[in-house]
Design a protein around this ligand. Structure first.
Ligand code: ATP
Length: 439
């Protein structure tokens, strides 16, 4: 974001006026279908129930369902059509999401927790927003919500940011911050949590230019993941079919990553049209129109959204970066983080704790710390110190050795290739900067 002239940053409130969530459609639509087991009271999200079941069990349930309705040709055809059109989606989940078929299919299933068959309730809508109250009185007039996404804070602040920054269309507003969702089942480590970090950018454009910018951001965002080293073969687009679009979207695509547990969304790109600003204008009674000083017209811009989970994307980078390899008969574990993502950019070691080496190493550490996150380590053999940094994903290790005392150069060892080169102490900053920006 900070590399672009046409994107501004924002840090909006977590608690906003409840009308914001009415306008956005969250109070009405931000729901997940939920089912309960009447026997053991376990609760599941209908659309992800299939994730926790073996393929064989799902196929058996579909076979039994078809058997139970073998005289109903219309329904049988509907089931076969859904299975045939599934593509990358799980046909079992598609069937569960159909209100007519869902009930019948659920009656064929055993609860994954208690094992009983036919004990599921019908699917019910469950709103994912966390509620709390403003002030001492806990009544309906004091209800507020923890934001379930950062996007709405950007929409309601659109004109404040535009006026203060003097941006003209097209331009974007980006924000990183906490979002809260009362997820029915949290799972897979950082993939689904109730409190998570989002990084969203809303790009405001003229109507008619929305398709061009949607395609631009779709390509740009996939490239962003690749440019930071994510394995290209583990990334793919999942375009949303027209009949599955969210209430605000004209076009939508997910960028998915192949996690060890299967493909999952890491970012969504949406053409939100003029839906959001029009709704906030309507619910707040305040104009959110943009004044175009060339055409002298006032209008509501269209919005292209790029909505990524910072924590979920981090997890994708994390699993993508991890590998183990055999080096001189020992296993080394490495996080091959792109240098821009590595939490520590360089570690500094004195080869031995004498002969003035610690003093030189400490001086290098203090100088570099002004510009980079660095780590000082003088414990154990240098080989061990390398291994510890490999595990933490530190791309460069700098060692002060005997030669440093003679010619003021140090050994810089690169994490993945393990190659070493000598760099002059006074060039270290420039060396690290160039590595960060060119790799
Ligand atoms: P999902 O279908 O997985 O619930 P979503 O379609 O509801 O995700 P969006 O509302 O588009 O997700 O949110 C944008 C991004 O926020 C997602 O691509 C994901 O990276 C992240 N995200 C959403 N929900 C969670 C969560 N519960 N935990 C961690 N990250 C999340």
């Amino acid at each position: 974001m900070t590399y672009r002239e046409d994107v501004e940053g924002l840090d909006a409130s977590i608690l906003m006026h409840p009308k914001v969530w009415e306008a956005s459609g969250h109070i009405e639509n931000f729901t997940d279908p939920m089912i309960d087991c009447k026997q053991c009271k376990a609760r599941y999200r209908l659309d992800v129930l299939g994730d926790s079941m073996a393929d064989k069990k799902k196929e058996k349930a579909i076979r039994e369902l078809k058997e139970s309705i073998k005289n109903n040709d219309t329904l049988l055809k509907k089931i076969d059509d859904k299975i045939a059109s599934a593509g990358n989606d799980d046909p079992f989940t598609l069937l569960l999401e159909d209100s007519e078929i869902s009930k019948l299919l659920l009656s064929q299933l055993n609860c994954p927790q208690c094992g009983n068959k036919g004990t599921f309730t019908d699917a019910r809508k469950f709103n994912l927003m966390f509620k709390t109250f403003i002030g001492p009185v806990e009544d309906s007039s004091a209800v507020v919500y923890l934001r379930p996404e950062t996007a709405q804070g950007i929409f309601v602040n659109f004109l404040n940011v535009q006026g203060a920054s003097r941006q003209k269309l097209p331009f974007g507003i980006a924000q990183i911050g906490k979002a809260f969702r009362n997820e029915i089942n949290t799972k897979n480590f950082l993939f689904r949590t109730r409190e998570f970090e989002q990084m969203e950018m809303q790009f405001f454009v003229k109507a008619g230019e929305d398709k061009k910018w949607y395609d631009y951001w779709k390509a740009e965002r996939l490239q962003w993941f690749k440019s930071l080293g994510m394995t290209p073969g583990k990334l793919r687009y999942h375009d949303h079919p027209a009949d599955k679009l969210a209430h605000y979207a004209k076009e939508a695509v997910d960028i998915e990553y192949e996690f060890p547990f299967g493909w999952g969304e890491i970012e969504g790109i949406h053409n939100r049209t003029d839906f959001d600003l029009s709704r906030h204008e309507e619910f707040s009674g305040k104009s959110l129109k943009y004044f175009d000083d060339q055409s002298k017209e006032k209008f509501i811009p269209y919005i292209i959204e790029t909505s990524a989970g910072a924590s979920r994307s981090f997890m994708a980078f994390f699993v993508d970066a991890y590998y183990e390899e055999e080096v001189k008969g020992e296993t080394r574990s490495v996080l091959k983080f792109h240098p821009k993502l590595a939490p520590v950019k360089a570690a500094i070691f004195p080869l031995v704790n004498k002969d003035g080496m610690p003093e030189i190493a400490r001086k290098i550490e203090t100088d570099l710390r002004k510009s980079f996150k660095v780590f000082y380590d003088d414990k154990g053999a240098v080989g061990r110190r390398y291994r510890r940094q490999d595990e933490a994903g530190t791309p460069f290790c700098i060692t002060v050795d005997t030669q440093t005392l003679e010619d003021q150069t140090v050994t810089v060892r690169e994490r993945d290739s393990m190659e070493q080169e000598r760099v002059s102490v006074d060039q270290l900053s420039v060396y690290l900067l160039s590595k960060l920006h060119t790799s």
